[in-house]
Design a protein around this ligand. Sequence first.
Ligand code: GYE
Length: 306
Amino acid sequence: NDSATTGSGGGSGDNTITMGFSQVGAESGWRTANTKSVQDSAKTAGIELKFSDAQQKQENQIKAIRSYIQQKVDVIAFSPVVESGWDTVLKEAQNAKIPVILTDRAVDSKDTSLYKTFLGSDFVEEGKKAGQWLVEEYKDSTDTVNIVELQGTTGSAPANDRKAGFAEVIGSDPKFKIIASQTGDFTRAKGKEVMEAFLKSNPDIDVLYAHNDDMGLGAIEAIEGAGKVPGKDIKIITVDAVKDGMQALADGKINFIVECSPLLGPQLMDLAKKVVAGEQVPARVVTEETTFTQEQAKEALPTRQY
Ligand code: GYE
């Protein structure tokens, strides 16, 4: 094989950094791209990666973290499925002197010494960008705008924050009404199922705000199934900007996407090396992101990596 062995002459040389990474799951296109980014960049950085998939369950993540502590990895990174309930296990890592890096999603622990840094997007900002597009889109109308919302995983940082940022911006005008809001767990299947229920109980939906592309894509199937035209009869805003979402945007089925970058791997490996070396790192590293209209999606699609 062609894997480059550097330094101590093969095997588990002492200077090879070992990272235990507990991933949320494989719920979305975003997550698949994120996993690939983490795995590829570990290889490039010469970091030995122990990877586990928690299938969207906190208990699985806690188990994985405990096993990484037992295996005495050099650094633990994880993307917490929900925000609450991490203090005990993080304390265990701290007692074992293993540094922890939060990747992608935040925890609500009051004791911020439990982790070294948090690398990921500003989800409140993403929700605001979604709201700002809507305010602009309906600026010339005084009619009520009926909105349905597909929330991400209940209790997760992106669901909490994307909801809050959006609500704050549209709250400036009472014509915007969220008439239904439910979780679709960030998956296509759930997005479709919940949208079908929304359509049955609400004949007059103007806008769908979905916390990720996958739920939006599932909802598009439900809307078409109900004989309506996505992007026209019901305007759709999503978050992520993965390829399938961008394609639907370019095709006119989605109206606006707020980008959330899953390519966190290179920055994560960089932070891991510093943290293991005992260097100071910033407490918060925010990813840079943009937004896409239908025209912009057409331009960006040919070179989109994920
Ligand atoms: O938006 C969604 C995924 O935590 C930012 O999780 C991530 C979110 C992403 O399932 O598609």
